[in-house]
Design a protein around this ligand. Structure first.
Ligand code: FRU
Length: 514
């Protein structure tokens, strides 16, 4: 959060010598990028959800309601930079094709969200949909719950309701439903409420933490979503021991918690230190205590602040914010920043490890398959791969590699051999790990004969999955006005047992997802 906000604060700070000077300069600096320019930017995705222009971050309150999927997200209507947080809104029949709807939540002057509507959750309550979200207001240092060296903001948990079929009209409760953290608690943050229903009660975790001690989740309970009782900490981390201005960076503040049943276990998710983490285990519903048994990293790349929902078939779907990895000045000038991940179905394997795969809804976009004809002759494989191409920067590659055969090195390349966008390396000598670019990450390898590699490539993003257990979201940027052709390259020792490549059909005619 610091980095996004830091830019804005620094810019305003450096310009605040005259009353109207900053606004004039800000308007110049953030001149609107025209829709035609955005539509022609080959780095903009064609199958990922993002606003028609400007900045987005976290998914907020994804929900299936009256036959449609609704996605809300952190949105700045003023430009492609973090600030002035609103809840953007889009609707879809299938989690793939989206239509933008008017902004759902905007800060109310003088209200508990006057400085921003931060992240939260949507739930169905009776015949209405409720949004629980964090409102922020400017506050003095000693009243603030966000003190990160750049900001002084007070957070409270707020509530809004909608009854209409399209969820267009929202009525906010004028006062916060949880105005302050529990009395006597000196917390490092207090945000991103995440409720769930259990029996007759609503339970809710709120992301929080203690400086120098670690991140945490505060557990609350309510009958009506309006009156909440604080119970205890549902989970407590240890932090990384570093002393950072922003407690999120030291793991002393956990953002965007989510807690949900999966099979006969429970999963807890939180985000901190630039990554998102999962824990799976047992929820003692009597004592209201979570006993984690397994844990891991949800995605090793540009993926943060995820949120889950149930789809129409009761699958648990994970959505994440895919952030930019180019300099802030560059994305601000491009007129857009950030996108939503593809919907990923979560499951637990028999050892309680979290697995994920992109929802089969996305398979509907496949066209023009190109399949590798297997051969013992290395030259034949090379020649075929050299001809296989994804054009227009939007496609999918699914392959299986024989792990027992020793080692392999697979690269996704742009422009022939010229640019390696992603490298995957494996050696049977170290079966418990795999290397994605520079990162070597654990691979659960019991009885692995084949390693499945799955890549979704779209404009300037690649979502990569290894054996449905490792996810790695990669951003890559290239100059110019068209996307280079994408291909796959291999080392001598790579031994495929299958490989297919598809073009993926854009979800809108103009990259604006309208
Ligand atoms: C995570 C986060 C949340 C907060 C929101 C503000 O990226 O920092 O904790 O509610 O973004 O935009």
């Amino acid at each position: 959060m610091l980095n996004r906000r830091a830019f804005l604060t620094r810019l305003i700070g450096s310009l605040s010598v005259t009353a109207f000077g900053p606004m004039t300069l800000l308007r110049q600096a953030w001149a609107r990028v025209l829709p035609g320019t955005l539509a022609a930017d080959p780095r903009r995705p064609q199958i990922h959800l993002l606003p028609a222009a400007n900045w987005m971050n976290d998914p907020n309150g994804p929900i299936y309601w009256k036959g449609n999927y609704h996605m809300f997200y952190q949105y700045n209507p003023n430009g492609a930079y973090w600030g002035d947080m609103h809840w953007g809104h889009a609707v879809s029949p299938d989690m793939v094709h989206w239509r933008h709807l008017p902004v759902a939540l905007a800060p109310t002057p003088g209200g508990p969200d006057s400085a921003g509507c931060f992240s939260g959750t949507a739930v169905v309550h009776g015949d209405r949909v409720a949004l629980l979200y964090t409102g922020v207001v400017a506050a003095s240092e000693n009243e603030a719950t966000i003190r990160d060296g750049e900001h002084s903001l007070r957070e409270s948990q707020c509530l809004a309701f909608s009854t209409d079929r399209d969820l267009n009209a929202w009525t906010k409760e004028p006062l916060p439903v949880i105005p302050t953290p529990p009395p006597g608690m000196d917390v490092s943050g207090f945000r991103d409420p995440s409720p769930w229903r259990h029996g007759d009660w609503w339970y809710m975790v709120v992301g929080s933490g203690f400086r120098g001690k670690g991140g945490t989740m505060l557990l609350y309970r309510s009958k009506d979503l309006r009156h909440w009782d604080y119970l205890h900490l549902l989970s407590q981390g240890a932090g990384n021991g570093k002393s950072t201005a922003n407690p999120v960076d030291s793991g002393d503040m956990w953002e965007c918690p989510d807690f949900f049943p999966l099979g006969d276990k429970y999963v807890l998710i939180h985000s901190a230190e630039g990554k998102s983490f999962w824990q799976a285990g047992i929820f003692d519903a009597k004592e209201l205590v979570f006993h984690p048994e397994q844990s891991g990293v949800l995605d090793y790349g540009s993926f943060y602040a995820p949120k889950t929902q149930l789809d129409a078939n009761q699958n648990r779907i994970l959505w994440g914010w895919i952030s930019e990895k180019r300099p802030l000045e560059e994305y601000r000038a491009s007129g857009w920043a950030g996108m939503m991940s593809l919907p990923r179905i979560l499951t637990l394997d028999r050892d309680e490890n979290l697995c994920m795969m992109v929802s089969p809804e996305v398979d509907k976009l496949r066209r023009s398959p190109q399949t590798l004809i297997l051969s013992d002759k290395e030259e034949s494989i090379r020649q075929q791969l050299a001809r296989m191409r994804i054009s227009d920067g939007c496609g999918e590659i699914l392959c299986s590699v024989k792990a027992a055969s020793g080692e392999f090195h697979v690269s996704i390349v742009g422009d022939g051999e010229a640019t390696q966008w992603l490298n995957v390396k494996y050696t049977a000598a170290r079966p418990g790990e795999i290397t994605l670019d520079e990162k070597t990450v654990p691979l659960r390898s019991d009885n692995i004969n084949e390693i499945e590699l799955h890549f979704y490539i779209d404009g300037s993003v690649m979502e990569a999955f290894v054996n449905r257990q490792i996810a790695y979201t990669k951003r890559f940027y290239y100059p110019g006005s068209s996307a280079p052709p994408v291909g796959i390259r291999i080392s001598d020792k790579t031994n495929f047992s299958s490989l297919t490549m598809w073009q993926l059909s854009p979800i809108s005619s103009n990259r604006l997802t309208t």
